[in-house]
Design a protein around this ligand. Structure first.
Ligand code: PLP
Length: 360
C-alpha cells in the first residue's frame, strides 16, 4: 500500500488515523457483530454515534445552547435553496458575491424572492474580497449571505460584513473546523463536510433557535424545512449513518490534535510554506490579493498553459495528486485542509522548486 499526497479541493484527504479506525471497525463495530453501515438508525448504537458526534462538534466549535446542530443531506447546493425557503419572510435578501458558490446561491435565492447583490468581486474575477464594512443593506432584508472561504478562487472573508443588525448566513464548507469561529456572530453557518470534515453526503447546519421557523415559504417541502430535522434530532428520516460516524471519528481526531486553535496554528504554518515559496518564485505565482489569501485553497499559475499542464502531469506522477485548478479558472490549486500533513506541503514545495529549476 502506498498513500499519495492528495491536494483535492473535495472530496478531499481524511486523517489516516481515522481511516485506520474505520477499517478496524468495519466488520464488527464495538462488539455488536455488524458494521455501522448495516445498523438501524434507530438502534442504541447509532444513537450513541450521532449524540457523541454532535457533542464533540459542539465542543470543538463552541456552539452555544441556543443553536441547533443538524446533520443533513443534499450537499451545499441544497442549502442554496433551503436558506431562502426557510428565512425569506419578507422575500428580500442581500448577497455578497465573492465567487462561484455565492453566485450560485444568489441565483437560486432569486427563485424565491428579491436578491440584492450588495457587494461583489466579479469585476476582477474574484481575486479579492471587497470592503464589507458599510454596505447598502436593505432594511427589509431577511438575512445577509456570504461564502466565507472561496474554494475555487482561494480567498477568505477575514473580517465579517457589517450586516447592520441583519442575520448573517455563511457557507463555511471549505474552512469548516479549520480554525475557531465565534458562532454567535451568525444566524446560520453551514458546510458540506466533503471539503474539510468527512466523506461526501453530510451537510452540517448550525442554526440559531429563533431561525427554525414554522412560517417558511408555503411550498417548502417537509424535507427542506429546518424544523423537520431540528425537532427530530436529525433522525426524521434515515440519515447518512456511516458518513456521520466518520465525521464523528474526525471530531475525535481533532480533539486529540488539540482542537481548533491548534488546527489554525498548523494550517497557518502549512499555508505559509507554500505562500512564501510562491512569493519568491520566478515561475509560479499566486493569483489572489495577498491580504485575502485562504489558508485552505491555494491557486497558482505559471502564466503558461503548456507549462501548467506539464507541471500537473509531472507532479501527479510524483505522487502529488489533484493539483489541477478548478475547470472554470485553470492553472493549479493546492488544498491544504486539516488532514494534509506539513510534510505534504514541504514535499510539494520541493517539487515546485525542482520543476522551476528544470524549466527556467
Ligand atoms: C463544494 C462547495 C459547495 C457545493 O457543495 P455540494 O455539496 O457539491 O453541493 C458549496 N459551497 C462551497 C464553499 C463549496 O466549496
Amino acid at each position: 500500500m502506498s498513500r499519495v499526497y492528495n491536494f483535492s479541493a473535495g472530496p478531499a484527504c481524511l486523517p489516516e488515523e481515522v481511516l485506520k479506525t474505520a477499517a478496524a471497525e468495519m466488520l464488527d463495530y464495538h462488539g455488536c457483530g455488524m458494521s455501522v453501515m448495516e445498523m438501524s438508525h434507530r438502534s442504541k448504537e447509532f444513537q450513541d454515534i450521532i449524540d457523541t458526534a454532535e457533542a464533540d462538534f459542539r465542543e470543538l466549535l463552541g456552539v452555544p445552547d441556543n443553536y441547533k446542530v443538524l446533520f443533513l443531506q443534499g450537499g451545499g447546493n441544497t442549502q442554496f435553496a433551503m436558506v431562502p425557503m426557510n428565512l425569506m419572510k419578507n422575500k428580500v435578501a442581500d448577497y455578497i458575491v465573492t465567487g462561484q458558490w455565492a453566485k450560485k446561491a444568489a441565483k437560486e435565492a432569486e427563485k424565491y424572492g428579491t436578491v440584492h447583490v450588495v457587494a461583489s468581486s466579479a469585476d476582477k474575477t474574484f481575486t479579492y474580497i471587497p470592503d464589507l464594512s458599510d454596505l447598502p443593506i436593505d432594511s427589509d432584508a431577511d438575512y445577509v449571505y456570504i461564502c466565507q472561504n472561496n474554494t475555487i478562487y482561494g480567498t477568505t472573508i477575514k473580517t465579517l460584513p457589517n450586516t447592520k443588525g441583519k442575520d448573517l448566513v455563511s457557507d463555511v464548507s471549505s474552512m469548516f473546523l479549520s480554525e475557531p469561529m465565534d458562532v454567535t456572530k451568525y444566524g446560520i453557518l453551514w458546510g458540506g463536510v466533503q471539503k474539510n470534515v468527512g466523506p461526501a453526503g453530510v451537510t452540517i447546519v448550525v442554526i440559531r433557535d429563533d431561525l427554525i421557523r414554522e412560517d417558511v415559504l408555503p411550498f417548502t417541502p417537509t424535507m427542506l424545512t429546518y424544523k423537520t430535522h431540528a425537532d427530530k434530532g436529525s433522525l426524521y428520516n434515515t440519515p447518512p449513518c456511516y458518513n456521520i460516524y466518520i465525521c464523528g471519528l474526525v471530531f475525535k481526531w481533532l480533539k486529540e490534535m488539540g482542537g481548533l486553535s491548534e488546527m489554525k496554528k498548523r494550517n497557518e504554518e502549512k499555508a505559509k510554506i507554500l505562500y512564501d515559496y510562491l512569493d519568491q518564485s520566478k515561475l509560479f505565482k499566486g493569483t489572489v490579493v495577498p491580504k485575502d489569501r485562504s489558508l485552505m485553497n491555494v491557486p497558482f499559475i505559471t502564466g503558461n498553459e503548456e507549462l501548467d499542464k506539464k507541471f500537473i502531469a509531472e507532479s501527479s506522477a510524483a505522487g502529488l495528486k489533484n493539483l489541477k485548478g478548478h475547470r472554470t479558472v485553470g492553472g493549479m490549486r493546492a488544498s491544504l485542509y486539516n488532514a494534509m500533513p506539513k510534510k505534504g506541503v514541504e514535499t510539494l514545495v520541493q517539487f515546485m522548486d525542482k520543476f522551476e529549476k528544470e524549466n527556467a
